[in-house]
Write a protein that binds this ligand. Structure first.
Ligand SMILES: Cc1cc2nc3c(=O)[nH]c(=O)nc-3n(C[C@H](O)[C@H](O)[C@H](O)COP(=O)(O)O)c2cc1C
Length: 190
């Protein structure tokens, strides 16, 4: 935990694109959170090679994989904000999780993790959330359940030009999750 008692939250965004609604949602978190939570974006993971044991075996974990893992280890808690691709976890994010899952000091172990998703469809990325939960439970995270943050029909919830989140029920949903996640994370932190 930070010296000032703030809960240090690492934010992992599952979308790589510039105009991403999920990245826009991630940028809103400091504004919508209780005062004693601070947020920092995770280092990039889009440069990771596809996971291949032969690479790990011959040259070890790539430096940017180590950097990503270190950032996860250093955080008190993690929030993953991600779209759903074909009803599941976007490939680059899953690849990143697969890489660090092979580490001896596996960084997700015991970390409090919450998830949020924004997507174009009716179900708002909820199927990705269930798949992510399944994968991360296998890595011994402390999974936060409710309140959920599921932003469906994302294009209608953000300002077209600024990408500011403008939909009040969504804003309230994010606030409620962050307040509950802070309590949960402080309770389960080792
Ligand atoms: C490869 C791909 C697969 C997608 N699959 C889904 C899906 O299963 N469910 C859904 O609601 N939207 C799906 N979409 C649409 C995304 O929800 C939409 O593009 C969204 O804006 C992506 O998030 P982003 O804005 O953060 O990049 C898909 C988009 C792509 C590019």
């Amino acid at each position: 935990m930070a010296k000032d008692g703030n809960l240090d939250v690492l934010v992992i965004c599952g979308s790589l694109r510039k105009g991403s609604y999920n990245a826009a949602l991630a940028r809103m978190l400091p504004k919508l959170a209780p005062p004693a939570m601070s947020f920092r974006p995770a280092p990039p993971f889009d440069t990771f090679p596809h996971y291949n044991f032969d690479i790990q075996h011959s040259s070890g974990f790539p430096p940017d994989v180590m950097t990503w893992a270190d950032a996860i280890r250093a955080a008190d808690a993690i929030i993953i904000v991600s779209p759903e691709y074909n009803w599941s976890i976007p490939g680059p994010l899953k690849n990143a999780i697969d890489w660090v899952s092979r580490m001896k000091d596996q960084p997700f172990k015991d970390k409090p993790v919450a998830v949020q998703s924004a997507a174009g469809g009716l179900l708002g990325g909820s199927r990705m959330q269930y798949h992510l939960r399944q994968s991360l439970i296998s890595l011994d995270v402390q999974w936060f359940g409710r309140p959920e943050v599921i932003v469906n029909f994302a294009a209608k919830k953000f300002d077209e030009k600024t990408l500011e989140l403008t939909d009040q029920p969504t804003i309230d949903m994010v606030k409620a999750q962050l307040a509950a996640f802070e309590i949960f994370a402080r309770r389960v932190m080792l």
